[in-house]
Write a protein that binds this ligand. Structure first.
Ligand SMILES: [Fe+2]
Length: 419
């Protein structure tokens, strides 16, 4: 019997993302024929493999997915994991989330707290924030349509979404109102302290803005820009980034590691981004470690620069510059590492590498419709929100869930154990 015959085939269909001639990103797929309210153990395994293989997938048609089933699926992806969102419970997230929690509103769905309501604007069907209290449609909606007025038990929610205020020099408001915007903050969904990053993040669209395409500008002097529909998430592949390194750089990346700050998002909560949303501007605004209060040394995270994909074996250059406090550079196992602990030097080192993939042709903004759920590999991609003017395009409602992994990233070679 051939090995393939031992693995039951999935019942769903995977269609790799088609690309225009100018697009060079090498990941993405659309999945059809699944009901995530009722998915077999075999299909869960095949779906996991599909995410690891294609990195970003859009699972079509999950309009009726119950939040408890959404969370259940996330736990089935990683059954050995502690049953908790990777950023902890809502209390921990609000207290220690720093830059992540203070810049936006996040709500746990009652009864499925690890599924988080995120988005932008008033969540009432067909209404925007300026219509609260005046909109007759809110009063006449059937219970099933009362997203927001009673969103799974959350009443009359107005969400402050992620905005370009994170930028040191945000785009001017007049242009923004016309649909000119930026990448908000390139990142991986990773606590980088205490818990290991989720393997995957899942993000279901319940309400989407609509209108003409936005123009996303780099505004870094490169003149680069790209068009995209509103309300989407942008991705690049850090495996593709790794493939752009020279042999010498690959050798260095394969053997080096990064140490993240304790409570990293509190550490940089006052910092702002450069215009591309990648990394941080160095303005001396980081807290001192003493200012962060108590922390446990054993919870400080040290990860290899390069994370190996458990299914494809691809290597990804996966360093989160926003939270990096020390780099340990070496090109072989025996070499004494060179330590970089100055944030200006750390950010400059990473900027030189990571901006290579930050070009329109390598960026994928998967198109989603209401009910679709995007799932991505947090160990091989970076992603970002893209803000849009609420009044022109309308609100956005999303359910996000991930789980702190049972097993953290594995590099090509072991890194020294500290402590
Ligand atoms: Fe994220």
């Amino acid at each position: 019997m051939s090995p393939a015959a031992l693995t039951p085939q999935p019942t769903f269909k995977v269609v790799p993302q088609t690309k225009c001639k100018d697009q060079k990103f090498n990941f993405g797929a659309v999945v059809e024929g699944l009901d995530l309210n009722d998915i077999s153990a075999n299909d869960v395994e095949r779906l996991k493999e599909t995410i690891w293989t294609h990195k970003v997938i859009v699972v079509k048609g999950q309009k009726d997915l119950a939040p408890v089933k959404h969370w259940e699926l996330v736990t089935r992806f990683d059954p050995d994991a502690h049953q908790m969102h990777s950023h902890g419970d809502m209390k921990t997230f609000e207290k220690k989330g720093g830059l992540l929690s203070k810049s936006r509103d996040v709500y746990g769905i009652p009864g499925a707290e690890n599924v988080r309501l995120i988005g932008k604007g008033y969540q009432g069907q067909g209404c925007n924030s300026s219509l609260i209290g005046k909109c007759d449609r809110v009063k006449t909606l059937t219970p099933a349509l009362k997203i927001g007025q009673d969103h799974y038990g959350l009443k009359n929610i107005i969400i402050k979404g992620l905005t370009n205020d994170f930028h040191a020099e945000p785009p001017n408001d007049e242009e923004f109102q016309e649909g000119i915007t930026r990448f908000q903050r390139w990142h991986i969904d990773a606590p980088l302290y205490a818990r290991d990053p989720a393997w995957f993040t899942t993000l279901r669209a319940l309400k989407l803005p609509s209108g003409p395409d936005l123009t996303i500008r780099w505004d870094d002097g490169s003149g680069l820009s790209m068009k995209a529909p509103p309300g989407l998430t942008a991705f690049f592949s850090t495996s593709q980034l790794y493939s752009m390194l020279s042999d010498q750089e690959k050798q260095l990346a394969d053997h080096s590691w990064v140490e993240y700050a304790p409570h990293p998002y509190m550490w940089v909560e006052r910092c702002k981004a450069p215009p591309t949303g990648l990394g941080l501007k160095s303005e001396g605004k980081e807290h001192t470690i003493e200012e962060l209060g108590e922390y446990d040394e054993k919870d400080v995270k040290r990860y290899p620069f390069v994370w190996v994909n458990p299914v494809t074996g691809e290597k990804a250059f996966q360093v989160h510059g926003l939270a990096a406090r020390k780099l340990f550079l070496r090109s072989s196992i025996d070499e004494e590492p060179k330590v970089i602990d100055d944030v200006v030097a750390i950010r400059s080192f990473l900027h030189n590498i990571q901006t290579r993939v930050l070009r329109p042709e390598y960026i994928y903004l998967p198109k989603v419709e209401v009910g679709d759920i995007v799932m991505w590999d947090n160990y091989g991609t970076f992603h970002t929100a893209v803000d849009y003017p609420l009044e022109k395009y309308g609100p956005r409602t999303m359910h996000q869930a991930n789980i702190g992994a049972s097993k953290g990233p594995v590099g090509p070679v072991p890194i020294p154990v500290v402590g």
